[in-house]
Design a protein around this ligand. Structure first.
Ligand code: HEM
Length: 217
């Protein structure tokens, strides 16, 4: 009985992570292709995110999408224990890439907010501004404690980085579920409905709080 649980638990975990990656793939692809287009690697679709004379805000937002796509794709794999054990070189290199690109994603998102502001106005600027700062701090701490050999603290920060890194997808996922369930109640194109306002924080704060409770146990 115990033997079965010993083998099935890791298999179940890998299946869970694979399912998550599959669910996130369409968004990852969207962010990657949109980002690449905006950086001149394809014909750019019509979008308010590109502004003539927008200066740095244009490469910032599209570079942000490209880096964020890679981070979102790589971060779940870091959680799989046997990848860490059997392929330590992968874990280390992917960790460095996630940290570097995570910092760029956060910093470029913040630059865009400061220069242009988000489509939802100051409540969205605030929610996403805090989100960007959290991601930056979490990436730095995860790498810092790994390098210092403080693996327990590294693990805790890595879990925070995970929830933050998939936050951008969770934001869209929440919207998808909400629109399916309510046909878009309390949500509008200006992002000023009650659901939109809650969403500015609901895609990362509850997850971070839940994680803190779990870590305290
Ligand atoms: C971690 C992975 C991330 C990915 C994959 C990602 C992806 C994207 C994509 C694809 C867009 C274009 C909007 C759309 O068409 O849906 C976008 C916009 C934006 N992102 Fe991110 N993002 C990530 C993280 C962040 C972070 C950490 C911040 C915080 C600084 C942030 C702030 C923004 C802002 C302010 C916009 C513009 C919103 C608007 O006015 O429409 N993102 N992002």
């Amino acid at each position: 009985m115990f033997k079965v649980a010993r083998y099935w638990r890791p298999v179940g975990f890998v299946l869970l992570i694979s399912g998550l990656v599959l669910l996130m793939l369409p968004f990852v692809r969207y962010a990657f292709v949109f980002g690449a287009e905006g950086l001149g690697l394809g014909e750019l679709r019509d979008s308010y995110l590109f502004r003539d004379g927008g200066g740095l805000s244009n490469p910032a937002i599209f570079g942000h999408m490209l880096c964020g796509a890679v981070v979102t794709l790589l971060v779940p794999v870091q959680l799989i224990p046997w990848v860490r054990r059997l392929l330590p070189w992968w874990h280390r290199w992917a960790g460095r890439i996630i940290t570097g690109l995570g910092l760029m994603t956060g910093a470029a998102g913040l630059l865009y907010i400061l220069q242009r502001g988000s489509v939802g106005g100051w409540p969205m600027d605030l929610g996403f501004g805090i989100y960007g700062l959290c991601l930056i701090v979490s990436c730095v701490q995860t790498l810092r404690f790994a390098r210092a050999g403080q693996m327990d603290r590294h693990r805790r920060w890595a879990l925070r980085t995970f929830w933050l890194a998939i936050g951008s997808w969770l934001y869209r996922f929440h919207y998808g579920l909400w629109y399916l369930a309510t046909d878009g109640a309390a949500s509008n194109a200006n992002f000023s409905g009650a659901f939109d306002l809650v969403q500015n924080f609901a895609f990362y704060l509850p997850y971070l709080l839940g994680l803190e409770l779990y870590l305290r146990r």
